[in-house]
Design a protein around this ligand. Structure first.
Ligand code: TRP
Ligand code: SF4
Length: 400
């Protein structure tokens, strides 16, 4: 178990589909056993683009959290919360806005892209321009080391890193820093203190990145340090400033090869999705009517899986034996398309059966769900309040 924190969020788009599961969610489930994880519903982010339809947010939030649990997110291992119920995110967003150059926001590639793509909406708003800044606040609040995201979100994490660097540069100056840092080194105990000094010298005099990394790990493991001393020592390792906000790194979610029922990427907006908890009749019907290799006009015509939208689904759901059976049977016209689709239908339904079983208790008793999220919000707020204390102090707001 590493102590490096993982943070990620999702906008509440309602019921999730199999593409979400085989992309983001499976990855979250894996991460939760390796790191302390915080996963949250980015409901304010939903408002940046859909401020004119606020009525749907509530339903979408709870549907989505049920799908997280259905996918195997375990509230004993992960902290699940809602962004707007940790209002510290808004305060950090505001305080960071003081030192965020407008040009940085205007240059984030998603800004213009999304405005063009969602051209039916008026996105010339302050809130929408600030989308990546709000996301930066989400991440920096928890001093996350890792942010699992899809490729489209990587520029937002990069923006977050730059902002953290700028913030530390501006506000990490502290009167008497060097003395306080040297004092904090002594608190590491003589053996670790000696190693820390050695690593610091190696990094600062020779630019030895491995020494920097080793120094950070040493600090990660030093449990007896106060938050202030820890920040000092992280900053002292690299230079002469406190590191108040930690620079996160993206953890690129392996692209899911999950196509929709028309062969295009599965997406709610294309109308080609299968929901995680869609009812079995509807799922069977959707797969049975999927288009196949156009060369197979008649049952006796041979086909080629590489030209068939059903094939990539088989690659997600079927084992080696079935995959071989499909390839051989398709190319020799030994099997028909409906026959080919049956093991796929069975595999999807088996997977969804597990989702439905995990979701059922929360559908039967919504208070279970509300309690998990309320606990998660409390846990998140504890960390958030700690960070905000430091941030306010650094920005000169802790005066009496
Ligand atoms: N912008 C992200 C998306 O559209 C959602 C998000 C909001 C997020 N805040 C975040 C993701 C913080 C990771 C970390 O997918
Ligand atoms: Fe596609 Fe299977 Fe039909 Fe071949 S047999 S065309 S892989 S559905």
């Amino acid at each position: 178990m590493f102590t490096e924190r993982v943070v990620s969020g999702m906008r509440p788009t309602g019921a999730l589909h199999l593409g979400h599961f085989h992309g983001a969610l499976k990855n979250w489930v894996r991460l939760q056993s390796e790191h302390p994880c915080l996963f949250f519903v980015a409901d304010w982010h939903a408002l940046t683009t859909h401020y004119d339809t606020p009525g749907v947010i509530g339903d979408n939030v709870w549907e989505m959290v049920i799908d997280w649990l259905a996918a195997g997110i375990d509230p004993q291992q992960s902290t699940l919360f809602i962004q707007s119920r940790v209002p510290e995110h808004a305060e950090l967003h505001l305080l960071l806005s003081m030192c965020t150059p407008l040009g940085w926001l205007e240059r984030v590639p998603t800004y213009k892209d999304q405005q063009d793509k969602l051209s039916d909406r008026d996105l010339s708003t302050y809130g929408f321009l600030g989308y990546p800044l709000l996301q930066a606040a989400d991440i920096l609040m928890y001093r996350a080391a890792w942010v699992p995201v899809g490729e489209d979100q990587v520029p937002h994490v990069e923006f977050t890193r730059e902002l953290a660097r700028r913030f530390n540069h501006l506000f990490g100056r502290e009167p008497g820093f060097e003395d306080k840092a040297r004092e904090a080194v002594r608190k590491l105990g003589s053996r670790r203190a000696r190693l820390y000094r050695e690593l610091r010298t190696r990094y600062q005099e020779q630019g030895d990145e491995a020494a920097l990394q080793q120094g950070r790990e040493l600090l990660e493991l030093a449990q007896n340090l106060s938050m202030g001393d820890r920040e000092r020592l992280f900053g002292y390792l690299e230079g002469s400033r406190k590191i108040i906000l930690a620079e996160p790194q993206s953890l690129l979610t392996p692209a899911s090869r999950m196509p929709g029922i028309d062969g295009q990427k599965m997406s709610k907006s294309y109308g080609n999705a299968i929901a995680m908890r869609e009812d079995p009749e509807s799922v069977s019907a959707k797969i049975r009517t999927m288009p196949t290799d156009p060369a197979r006009v008649r049952r006796a015509d041979p086909g080629e899986p590489a030209r068939c939208p059903v094939w990539p689904l088989h690659q997600v759901y079927s084992g080696e034996d079935t995959l071989e059976w499909v390839q051989a049977g398709c190319r020799s016209a030994g099997i028909g398309c409906l026959e080919c689709k049956q093991p796929l239908i069975d595999a999807v339904l088996a997977e969804q059966q597990v989702f439905r079983e995990r979701a059922q208790p929360y559908l039967d008793d919504p208070s279970l769900l509300r309690n998990i999220v309320a606990d998660g919000c409390d846990q998140a707020r504890k960390i958030a309040q700690e960070t905000m204390r430091e941030v306010r102090e650094a920005m000169g707001l802790a005066y009496a």
